[in-house]
Write a protein that binds this ligand. Structure first.
Ligand SMILES: Cc1cc2nc3c(=O)[nH]c(=O)nc-3n(C[C@H](O)[C@H](O)[C@H](O)COP(=O)(O)OP(=O)(O)OC[C@H]3O[C@@H](n4cnc5c(N)ncnc54)[C@H](O)[C@@H]3O)c2cc1C
Length: 404
């Protein structure tokens, strides 16, 4: 077993690392200083972000997440780059590698018609527009994708969509143009074939953005997470993604490589947080000793080191399995890492906040932002329990097969 990254990964890693250090880090605080207001109509993209995106694209550090894009990186080769991006709160966006656009680009890439790709995938890959994934609904337990109740009805050669969606990430972005809408197109079909996914331009009549939802009081401007209503929205039938009845399958496929990007970034975020914890804990003194020398603080450092490394190895293993046997044969590893990585980050950030004292709760350091990210990932990417449940089911299934 070779734990060495490939030469290609090492070369990209060096370039991503220097770009973040030289170009992104100096302007990150300023670019993030967007007013956290519920009035999303006032949200703007910082000119610094647009400038950096242009530079990253020119430097060939663009769309690195997509195996078929210019860089041609495998999931395993991309993982350390995503980790590096996770050390910054804005880097993923600068390299056009941010959620939910990555997942949406992936499904357009896999299932889009040539016309859909021309209209929506090309501008997304160019970073000119942003997109939304509108699956979750306020009225049903959305951790079960078969629960969605929004409707898709054929009428006069068109599709008519109705439903209320929320937690649609990116909905407040000034460049958001397209939503991937999930709804029931055939209630009589079997549970996994009732739903479809349809592309809906956000300026279509009947689409109304109701509000943005804060995460612990923060709106994540200029992306945001919104509630949006679809009322008798009419789109051509050619806006169906893949085919009618394929919604659940697309949702499952979207949970593959794209979704372990969160885990890779969470590991980078944890590395950054551990560095902050150690620097603060070694330089600040209480009761005559550096904070790290008090109580059980050194042990916390050791445990964080090991937890991060465990999560990284599990993530790289999941990435390797996705590349070698496919996402559907790597379900245990994908589910495991989705449950492990955000919880690990949450614990490391919590310890760092504690070492920082009051300062840890302010915006002077990014710890509160990382905590919000970790805590919400434990729900946003599917609740922990759903991932653990899948690991357990797959484990039990092994023994069922062996029963006489
Ligand atoms: C920051 C953020 C961003 C998001 N972005 C998007 C997005 O872009 N697009 C989108 O469509 N959705 C998005 N979501 C929504 C997210 O996918 C859902 O919140 C998630 O799937 C859970 O659905 P729910 O909130 O309806 O919780 P519910 O389904 O009501 O579940 C509530 C709780 O029930 C328990 N539970 C559920 N299932 C099980 C089980 N099998 N075993 C044991 N316990 C269980 C868990 O404790 C779970 O947390 C986002 C959410 C957040 C917080």
């Amino acid at each position: 077993m070779d734990f060495q990254y490939s030469a290609k990964t090492i070369s990209y890693l060096e370039r991503v690392r220097s770009f973040i250090a030289e170009q992104i880090a100096p302007v990150e605080q300023q670019a993030l200083a967007q007013e956290q207001t519920a009035d999303w109509t006032r949200w703007r993209v910082s000119p610094a972000i647009e400038e950096l995106k242009a530079k990253a694209r020119q430097a060939g550090l663009w769309n690195l997440f997509l195996p078929d894009a210019a860089a041609g990186l495998t999931t395993l080769e991309y993982a350390p780059l995503a980790e590096e991006m996770g050390k910054s709160l804005i880097a993923a966006e600068i390299f056009n590698c941010n959620a939910p656009d990555t997942g949406n680009m992936e499904i357009l890439h896999l299932f889009g018609t040539p016309e859909q790709k021309k209209q929506w995938l090309e501008p997304l890959l160019a970073g000119e527009i942003r997109s939304v994934f509108a699956m979750t609904e306020p009225d049903v337990a959305s951790s079960d994708a078969t629960n969605m109740r929004a409707t898709i009805v054929e009428s006069g050669g068109e599709l008519v969509l109705n439903g209320r969606k929320w937690w649609s990430t990116g909905l407040g972005h000034p460049d958001a143009r397209i939503a991937v809408f999930m709804g029931v197109s055939d209630a009589a079909a079997d549970r996994h074939s009732q739903h479809s996914m349809v592309l809906v331009p956000l300026d279509a009549p009947g689409v109304t953005i109701k509000r943005m939802l804060p995460v612990f009081g923060e709106y994540d401007a200029p992306y945001g997470h919104g509630e949006v209503w679809f009322e008798d929205v009419r789109v051509p039938k050619s806006n169906v993604l893949w085919d009618l009845g394929k919604g659940y399958e697309i949702a499952q496929r979207r949970l593959g490589p794209g979704r372990i990007h969160h885990c890779m970034r969470a590991i980078g975020a944890a590395e950054k947080v551990l560095e902050l914890l150690i620097r603060r804990g070694s330089s600040r003194v209480a009761f005559g000793k550096p904070l790290l020398r008090l109580g059980g603080n050194l042990e916390r450092v050791a445990k964080a080191r090991v937890a991060i490394d465990q999560a990284r190895l599990l993530t790289l293993y999941a990435a390797w399995k996705i590349d070698t046997v496919g996402a559907m044969a790597a379900l245990t590893e994908i589910s495991a890492i989705k449950a492990v990585a955000p919880t690990m980050l949450q614990t490391v950030v919590d310890d760092a906040i504690q070492i920082y004292g009051g300062a840890g709760l302010t915006r002077d350091v990014p710890l509160a932002a990382y905590f919000g990210m970790a805590r919400s990932l434990r729900i946003a990417d599917g609740p922990d329990e759903v991932h653990w449940g899948r690991v357990a089911r797959l484990e039990l299934a092994k023994y069922k097969q062996r029963e006489p």
